[in-house]
Write a protein that binds this ligand. Structure first.
Ligand code: BES
Ligand code: MN
Ligand code: ZN
Length: 496
């Protein structure tokens, strides 16, 4: 979808449709009032008769509104004016875009950015409008032999802003488009089936992104990883016929001496659990177990497209987790690249096994910070549901930066404790540590495991098991936490 910014008056736009808001009960927004005046009270007549009461998310499509240049006017309910804040703004935009998409208009002009949202400025409104519009029109139908015969999708949205806001809006629009494309890439990779999206496919995609955006891509093969002593990562790949890869993607937007932000993404392209095999129900969703990896690719692509003055390194350990005669057994002990030994008590706790070696590998980039992103634990879904990603960090400043970025991007994280008290649960009688810590605090002990490999730099861990995809009727990748990470990188670049 295309977007543009325009200064002017909504009632004068020659468009297939203009969109304006109505607060509950029956209170016209500023642009709706203007349309009402020009049209001789057409809108207030409609609200008076009760056809549009302003209920949040409701819509009413009008044709041939007198004296209005546009072919249609779409009214969107905003809810009560005193209660109108972030969530209401997002809901209103989503409802508007949905209605436009269903109507089949090729383009529309949106008059919702005029609505005041507490503590949020025009930049936030432009960013969120683009993200919500792209999100609600996203389809993954490339593998259907017949596309659903829908009406033509909405192709272009114009956002009306005030003259004083136009420069800022234009600048933010460019960033928003880059972030939205990063989100789309992350969704596409997540949604691809596991027979297509293999470790080799991810490596191929990384190389293509690198070519297009002038990045450096490097793919370490099994033998390279053997030389590096990545016994933990390789133990997960043993059961699979797909060769594992370690993808390294580098975006250099700043001077060489500037320490990079390193993003590490879990890339398990299918997680059966291995010998500790998972139950059959919903196992298909374990194709999403590479969404951390996909979010690293999406965020680096966005950073490159925004030309952020920043260095970013993406590290993606990627493999399948399969059962076979060659697969790791519960009880196996492996030696990680760090030299620490691990007793594998459950082969389904494989994410931490591939991440620990990638985290050790990260040391060689002398990182400013390292953030890993992983669909790591079912336990995190139990703790935080599908609303917040779990955030773990021993660096309170970094934690705060990530939480703030997530709040602004409306891609929120919630901090969990990473106290040493939990480390006890990882004790093993036979190795330096076990790869599981029992049922209590499962997402925390997983983070504690990773913490043992990240002592040499400032580090944070995002558990996106509950937020990376949706189940049920709306099954599909969400593209999270690309908005959070992109916002974090934007802010880091501004400070650097
Ligand atoms: N990829 C899963 C985590 C997961 C499970 C994410 C369900 C989303 C939904 C991970 O590899 C895993 O299997 N974790 C185990 C760890 C356990 C064996 C300690 C889990 O969470 O059950
Ligand atoms: Mn698993
Ligand atoms: Zn997994």
């Amino acid at each position: 979808m295309e977007f543009s910014i325009k200064i002017g008056s909504l009632e004068k736009q020659r468009s297939a449709c203009v969109v304006t808001g109505v607060y509950a009960p029956r209170k016209l927004s500023p642009s709706a009032s203007l349309i009402d005046r020009v049209s001789g009270g057409y809108l207030s007549g409609i609200t008076r008769r009760g056809d549009m009461q302003g209920k949040l998310g409701s819509t009413l499509l009008l044709h041939n509104v007198p004296k209005i240049a546009s072919e249609r006017v779409l009214l969107v309910g905003l809810g009560r004016e005193q209660e109108f804040n972030e969530q209401q703004y997002l809901d209103a935009v989503r409802a508007a875009v949905k209605a436009l998409n269903e109507t089949g208009v090729p383009e529309a002009v949106l008059g919702l950015a005029e609505l005041p949202v507490k503590t949020r400025d025009i930049a936030w409104k432009v960013l969120q409008t683009v993200l919500v519009a792209m999100d609600s029109t996203y389809r993954f139908d490339r593998l259907k032999s017949k596309r659903d015969e829908e009406k033509k999708p909405l192709g272009k949205l114009t956002l009306m802003v005030e003259r004083s806001q136009s420069n800022r809006s234009e600048a933010v629009l460019k960033q928003a488009l880059a972030i939205a494309e990063g989100v789309k890439l992350t969704k596409d990779l997540g949604n691809l089936p596991p027979n297509i999206c293999t470790p080799g496919y991810l490596a191929e995609q990384a190389s293509q992104i690198a070519k297009k955006h002038n990045l450096k891509a490097e793919v370490l093969e099994q033998k390279d990883m053997e030389k590096l002593g990545m016994g933990s990562l390789l133990s997960v790949a043993r059961g699979s016929n797909q060769p594992p890869k370690l993808i390294v993607l580098q975006y250099s937007g700043a001077a060489k001496k500037q320490k990079p932000v390193v993003l590490v993404g879990k890339g398990v392209t299918f997680d059966t659990g291995g010998i500790s095999i998972k139950p059959a129900a919903e196992m298909d969703e374990m194709k999403f177990d590479m969404c951390g990896a996909a979010s690293v690719l999406g965020s680096i692509k966005a950073a490159a497209q925004m030309r952020l003055p920043l260095n970013v390194v993406g590290i993606i350990p990627t493999t399948e987790n399969m059962p076979s005669g060659n697969a790791s057994r519960p009880g196996d002990i492996v030696t990680s690249m760090s030299g620490q030994t691990i007793e594998i008590l459950n082969t389904d706790a494989e994410g931490r096994l591939i991440l620990c070696d990638a985290l050790t590998y990260a040391e060689r980039f002398h990182p400013a910070v390292v953030i890993d992103i992983a669909t790591l634990t079912g336990s995190c879904v139990i703790a935080l549901g599908h609303v917040a990603s779990g955030l773990f960090s021993s660096d309170e400043v970094l934690a705060r930066e990530l939480l703030n970025a997530g709040e602004y991007a409306h891609d929120r994280a919630w901090q969990m404790p990473l106290w040493d008290d939990y480390q006890e649960q990882l004790k093993s009688n036979f190795a330096d540590m076990a790869n599981i810590g029992g049922r209590p605090a499962g997402s925390i002990t997983a983070a504690c495991f990773l913490a043992r490999f990240t002592k040499k730099y400032s580090w944070a861990h995002l558990d996106i098991a509950g937020t990376a995809w949706k189940s049920g009727k709306e099954k599909g990748a969400t593209g999270r936490p690309v908005p959070l990470l992109s916002q974090f990188l934007i802010r880091k670049a501004a400070k650097a």
